[in-house]
Design a protein around this ligand. Structure first.
Ligand SMILES: O=C(O)Cc1cc(O)ccc1O
Ligand SMILES: [Fe+2]
Length: 460
């Protein structure tokens, strides 16, 4: 591979050196080297004058670049929902050889038909360490999901575990946007729009179709991915909360333009209607010198989430913790919500403070980024960082026995929930798990036991 790379920083491929280079690039990314504001009409140029002014598609784009539009919504969707970006690149994306099918590895897609939807509560320990040389794409492992990729409806839950950077390889997903939730180790995402660093406690949102390469900031990384086949994630409406709160738009950071000018073979792996396809380009497709638009990647720090809660009594529904929502045609009914359980004060009087017992029409996949979750015991055999749980439509769940007993007897002083960061992908459709998730060694076979021994106390 020959050529030069332009932008904040760049790195070679392979081993410790690659981690060092990725870290150096990530350190160069201060908050000010991003373009803030969810849904903004961002614009950025890595070379002065590369971005056309006053029009999107001049007869000849500046500096001999090619103009190209990438759309994330139909052209005709209402302005408030419309997503598209204009990219000014060294070569148009159309200049590529045919794609050929490659193995899907442990990646699965909707419709999920390998097993029957399971009404049982399921919980998994973290994925085992993958074999040496596993990159982000190789390391994707599907838990389950719903909908249908060909209908642009539904979602999938994936895990990833990797110990090698993607080298001379770029990934792009036509099937949906990707919300990456690191749990261990940091990632450097080199995207068509520029660089994003994302570490545990932060999330990255990669819109449908954007090409990117994942490099590693640590030797071994793992985390969660929500693949949203449906309408792009938006910030939820705030209603009576007011004009501020929950995830504030300004805390979503888009990259600034940074391009690779690389001649030589680069494999582009595309996910299309559930399958992986590969084509070897004679140049890097991360060759966007300037861009503008609102169909862009973001990184968001979950510690910036402004938690709103009850200051009187009763445990509020977790919808109050929604970071991002993928709306449907029915107001308030999400294809999928991304919900975070962030550090917060609990002050409710005469209140059972942890999550209540419930049966929910929505289906809940939960993950843990760090610490413990207030409804479940942590530690060996419990709900642990990197693990996951699935409480499908109408399945009865809530606090485990110990949590119930402690919280029913606790003295209700103001209490800070400090050392835990959990999240939920909550979806309108039941999640069907893959065969590998149903039979995995890391599936906890005795999860039901956490609700055993909840004695009767009613003695009229
Ligand atoms: O099941 C869970 O732990 C998630 C959840 C949390 C909460 O505070 C209320 C309802 C709910 O489903
Ligand atoms: Fe729940």
């Amino acid at each position: 591979m020959t050529g030069t790379e332009h932008g904040p920083e760049h790195g070679p491929v392979g081993g410790e050196q690659a981690i060092k280079a990725a870290r150096a690039a990530a350190e160069g990314l201060s908050e000010r080297s991003y373009s803030p504001g969810f849904g903004n009409e961002h614009s950025s140029e890595a070379v002065p004058g590369a971005l056309p002014q006053g029009r999107n598609s001049p007869q000849r784009a500046p500096l001999g670049l090619y103009a190209e539009q990438l759309s994330g919504t139909a052209f005709t969707e209402p302005r408030r929902a419309n997503r598209r970006s204009w990219l000014y690149r060294i070569r148009p994306s159309a200049a590529h050889p045919p794609f050929r099918r490659i193995a899907n590895g442990a990646l699965r897609a909707a419709p999920f038909t390998e097993s029957v939807p399971d009404p049982n509560r399921l919980r998994w320990d973290p994925l085992p360490e993958p074999p040496e040389g596993t990159d982000f794409v190789d390391g994707l492992w599907t838990v389950g999901g719903n909908g249908d990729v060909t209908q642009r409806a539904g979602m999938a839950v994936h895990l990833y575990a990797a110990n090698s950077p993607m080298s001379r390889r770029v990934f792009s997903d036509a099937d949906g946007e990707l919300l990456i939730v690191p749990e261990r180790g940091g990632l450097l995402l080199r995207t068509e729009f520029g660089l994003l660093a994302v570490r545990p406690g932060q999330v990255a949102l990669l819109p449908r179709g954007v090409r990117f390469r994942v490099e590693l900031l640590d030797p071994s990384v793992r985390g969660y991915v929500c693949e949203n086949y449906g309408q792009p994630f938006v910030l939820p409406d705030l209603g009576p909360i007011g004009a501020n709160g929950l995830a504030n738009a300004r805390d979503f950071l888009a990259p600034v333009a940074a391009y690779e000018d690389v001649e030589g073979p680069v494999e582009v792996v595309g996910k299309f209607c559930g399958n992986l396809w590969s084509a070897t380009y004679d140049h890097s497709p991360l060759d966007v010198v300037a861009w503008h638009g609102n169909h862009v990647p973001y990184v968001y720090d979950l510690h910036r989430f402004n938690v709103i809660g009850s200051i009187s009594f009763d445990h509020p529904d977790p919808s109050i913790f929604t970071v991002l929502t993928s709306p449907s045609d029915t107001p308030g009914l999400a294809g999928v919500d991304f919900v975070v359980f962030a550090p917060r004060w609990l002050v409710g009087e005469d209140t059972f403070r942890p999550p209540y017992f419930h049966r929910n029409v929505m289906s809940e996949y939960m993950g843990l980024i760090e610490g413990a979750y207030d409804a479940k015991a942590a530690g060996e055999g419990g709900f642990v960082p990197g693990g996951g749980s699935l409480h499908n439509m109408m399945s009865a769940h809530g606090p485990d026995r110990d949590t119930f007993e402690k919280a029913s007897a606790a003295e209700l002083r103001p209490q800070k929930l400090e050392d835990g960061l959990a999240f939920m992908f909550e979806t309108r459709w039941p999640i069907t798990v893959t065969e590998q998730a149903r039979t995995a060694e890391h599936l906890q076979r005795d999860y039901d036991r956490v609700w055993q021994g909840l004695e009767r106390h009613f003695r009229p």
